[in-house]
Ligand binder design. Structure first.
Ligand code: BGC
Ligand code: NOJ
Length: 814
């Protein structure tokens, strides 16, 4: 069953009924001002940091689920009837409803009693504001007297404090109202130099800024007293809960259209120019007023929207494909790339599953995200890499996250994840392969943001590598530390206290528990850092890295192989995890995927065997589960993984993040049918027709789909902010379609299903547009290539002569 459809031409997902199984959201903003918006206009906004600069409130864990948002109310002033054109919060039976989620905007349209309303929400480029562009049309045969009310509830900036510290917060709210603009200035009188503002393009017939005056006592958003009586109360908030609401009265003739623009913005003043006059407590509005005036002009709003469209055309134009599979095309061309930009911007902070309070930018997460977005915003990727590296510790270890506003690492969600350092090598290598910008390696970068500690970025990579060499366990495998990629495999934790955090509680020092996953990651990192060293002329050093990598590979063969698959780890008493010897958790996905993609076992048959074991034990129609059998009870020596009921999350859920590791591994083993089959099982577009089972948005990946042990097998959760986005994009574009940036050029090495007769692609790479046509000539994956009509040996397209910006590549596959 479906709740909408893809409009591929317009790059929109069109939701055709408001009562989706879960809020289906989109993101507004792509630089500094951001918001999440659901298909019923729920959600909130923030400036840069979802925790520390929250502009508006949204409520998590509420009923209904999607509560608080960018609400508009319409009222028929003749009958007194009122409704929300976005359905929520009044939930009237709308005669028509569509929500079009597009690239950086959402348009919610509906019709009720002959009044059509369409609201386009977006954040103009280079601005710190959002626009709600409301178009009303009277489709009746008689004139209509209509009231429109806007509504935003302000957050008192720190979202954590806002939802907990009521003894203070109920007394600090402050606003100003001037010229119809509502200024939210809580804490501006003291240390803040920023405020929010909410403006309207039409003359007002009233306003409200105090929540209780707008709603009336004991009422919710579904029946505000101001809307019911058709009159705002011009309230001025002192403490309690400041809101912004404009009231506009209109008379629309039959067939008449009228547009109103509401603008919610964030503004900063220089510390010494906060007030006007300077000795007053009145907000200095000199620099914000021109911005407000600009966007009150409807022509400027349309121009800003066109600019936003061009921005996305450009980003998505970097890689476009036409394949025999529509689900592949729309994910690659539109939605997967778009989701990668969301994970770049948000990391794991703000979604309908991440409260914006919990997590900043993860070291592991953000480095992996680079794989998905580096081609679209290379300059910003560069900056991200340098920010991440600056939080690295002198030991080579890493803080697990940093806060975007301060860019300083912290241990708020734990530390000592021993896989972390290697992701920096993976991230930097992805950047170098895409851009060829070797200068980044010479960039001086501090350790732990300590002045005076700066070393070239390359030195950071060295330390990442050595971090593991200095932390090997009894079998010569890497010690796991707090956990590796699987945050929930907590082998040094032994927590028996209810409520204790597996992520932050003090662990055993841990000189025994080892991770075969980190071993695989290390082997891959060794190859990358060696390739980088070689190109820097450091041949001896490169040899050393390769030797260490080879040694680790040998250790994995000896101590990391279980006969039919790679084992997962050794616990604190050196017992195997992920082995046929175990009662539960006999086989795990991570090491099958990652060891093979690091190249282990490709030559001796183990890779194929491991992948066959995945198919036999872990693959389901909804994707590949994380391990089997699921843990049926809590194991003190395993930690959080066994805290989840069977089939959910890390306990045998389909953790979509690691499915692409197997997909890539299958391409390396040469099996395009298996690879694309697994790809399709979790591809959200391919799952659209089972939206009632899947329940999350059909246009973006979710972190998890419930595994076969779960009563709700096939149900997705935690959509949007997940490494799944980058890894799937990387797997389909670089390994299945095989258009792969390498240090020295663009490789074309497709491993596609045998039934595919070919495909086409346009890929922009280092300033050159490559037009690629692949035709199947035989069953295999061998490539023979002509470039601009001339045969070229190998599969790497030679960089064209200087000045040439277009290249035609024809590939015969077979
Ligand atoms: C989740 C993990 C997550 C971790 C850190 C765990 O509860 O299952 O997926 O990475 O918390 O927030
Ligand atoms: C989500 C985290 O963000 C990611 O870093 C981690 O690897 C997975 N959970 C698996 O536990």
């Amino acid at each position: 069953m479906q709740y909408g459809y893809f409009d591929d031409q317009n790059r929109e997902y069109v939701i055709t009924r408001p009562d989706t199984p879960l809020p289906w959201i989109n993101y507004l903003g792509c630089q500094a001002y951001f918001g999440i918006i659901s298909n019923t206009a729920g959600g909130y906004s923030f400036y840069r940091d979802a925790r520390l600069r929250r502009i508006s409130r949204g409520r998590y864990n509420n009923v209904p689920l999607d509560d608080g948002g960018r609400y508009i109310y319409l009222r028929d002033d003749e009958t007194g009837e009122y409704w929300s054109p976005s359905w929520m919060p009044t939930c009237r039976d709308l005669e028509q409803y569509t929500c079009r989620h597009g690239m950086g905007y959402s348009t919610i349209g509906s019709k009720y009693h002959g009044i059509s309303a369409r609201t386009r929400y977006f954040v103009p480029l280079d601005e710190t504001l959002e626009v709600w562009q409301l178009t009303l049309r009277n489709d009746r045969l008689t004139p209509a007297a209509i009231s429109a009310f806007s509504l935003v509830e302000f957050c008192l900036w720190d979202a954590q404090d806002d939802s907990t510290n009521f003894q203070r917060n109920l007394s600090i709210g402050q606003v100003e109202i001037e010229d119809g603009v509502i200024y939210h200035k809580t804490e501006y009188r003291e240390r803040r130099d920023h405020f929010a503002w909410f403006a309207c393009s039409d003359p007002l017939s009233g306003f409200d800024t105090q929540r209780e005056s707008f709603l009336g006592p004991w009422r919710g958003w579904d029946k505000p007293a101001a809307v019911e009586r058709g009159k705002a109360s011009n309230s001025h908030a002192h403490g309690w809960s400041p809101i912004g609401s404009h009231h506009v009265k209109l008379v629309l003739q039959p067939g008449e259209t009228h547009q109103i623009v509401f603008i919610l913005g964030y503004h900063e003043n220089p510390k010494d120019q906060k007030f006007d006059p300077p000795d007053s407590q009145t907000v200095n509005k000199k620099t914000v007023k021109p911005v407000i005036a600009h966007y009150r002009d409807l022509a400027n709003v349309d121009a800003a929207f066109d600019k936003l469209r061009n921005y996305w055309d450009r980003l998505l134009g970097i890689c476009q494909v036409v394949t025999p599979d529509i689900h592949t095309d729309r994910m690659v061309n539109v939605w997967n790339a778009y989701q990668c930009m969301a994970t770049f911007n948000m990391s794991r902070s703000a979604s309908f599953y991440e409260s914006g309070i919990g997590r900043g930018l993860g070291f592991r997460d953000s480095n992996q995200d680079l794989l998905g977005f580096v081609q679209m915003v290379p300059e910003r990727a560069r900056e991200r890499i340098l920010d991440l590296a600056a939080t690295q510790l002198p030991t080579g270890g890493a803080y697990h996250q940093y806060q975007p506003l301060t860019k300083k690492g912290n241990n708020d969600i734990g530390g000592n994840f021993n896989d972390d350092p290697h992701w920096l090598i993976i991230g930097v290598s992805a950047y170098l392969k895409e851009t060829g910008d070797w200068s980044i390696l010479d960039e001086p970068v501090e350790f732990d943001n300590q002045p005076g500690s700066a070393q070239p970025l390359y030195e950071h990579l060295r330390r990442s590598f050595h971090y593991t060499l200095e932390r090997l366990g009894p079998h010569g495998l890497p010690l796991i530390g707090r956990a590796d990629w699987n945050d929930c495999l907590n082998l040094n934790c032994f927590s028996d206290t209810p409520g204790q955090s597996f992520q932050t509680t003090t662990n055993k020092e841990g000189k025994v528990a080892e991770s075969v996953f980190i071993a695989g990651l290390f082997v891959l990192a060794a190859k990358e850092i060696a390739a980088i060293a070689q190109r820097r002329g450091l041949d001896e050093e490169a040899k050393k890295y390769l030797a260490e990598g080879a040694r680790m590979e040998e250790t994995v063969r000896q101590h990391g192989w279980d006969g039919e698959w790679f084992i997962r780890a050794y616990d604190d008493s050196s017992q195997k995890i992920g082995s046929k010897e175990c009662a539960e958790g006999k086989i795990f996905i991570e090491t099958q995927g990652f060891c093979v993609l690091a190249g282990i076992g490709l030559e001796d048959g183990r890779a194929r065997q491991a992948l066959d074991s995945v198919r036999k034990h872990l693959a389901t129609p909804h994707g590949i589960v994380l391990q089997q059998p699921a843990y049926s009870r809590y194991y003190l020596n395993l930690g959080e993984i066994s805290s989840y009921p069977p089939g959910y999350k890390e306990n045998a859920g389909i953790f979509c993040h690691n499915n692409p590791w197997v997909i890539i591994a299958e391409t390396m083993a040469g099996d395009g049918d298996n690879a694309h089959d697994y790809y399709s099982r979790i591809n959200p577009s391919a799952r659209e027709r089972i939206s009632d089972v899947h329940r999350c948005e059909p246009y973006v990946y979710a972190q998890m789909i419930a595994g076969r042990d779960a009563p709700t097998h096939g149900e997705a959760k935690n959509s949007w902010l997940t490494g799944t986005a980058a890894w799937n994009y990387y797997a389909i574009t670089q390994w299945i379609l095989g258009i792969r940036p390498e240090y020295d050029g663009l490789r074309i090495a497709p491993v596609v299903p045998e039934r595919w007769q070919g495909f086409q692609a346009v890929r922009k790479f280092r300033g050159v547009t490559y037009r690629i046509t692949v035709r199947r000539a035989g069953k295999g994956n061998a490539v023979s290539m002509t470039v601009d009509g001339k045969p070229v040996p190998g599969a790497v397209v030679p960089p064209p002569a200087a000045g040439k910006t277009e290249v035609n590549v024809e590939v015969k596959l077979g």
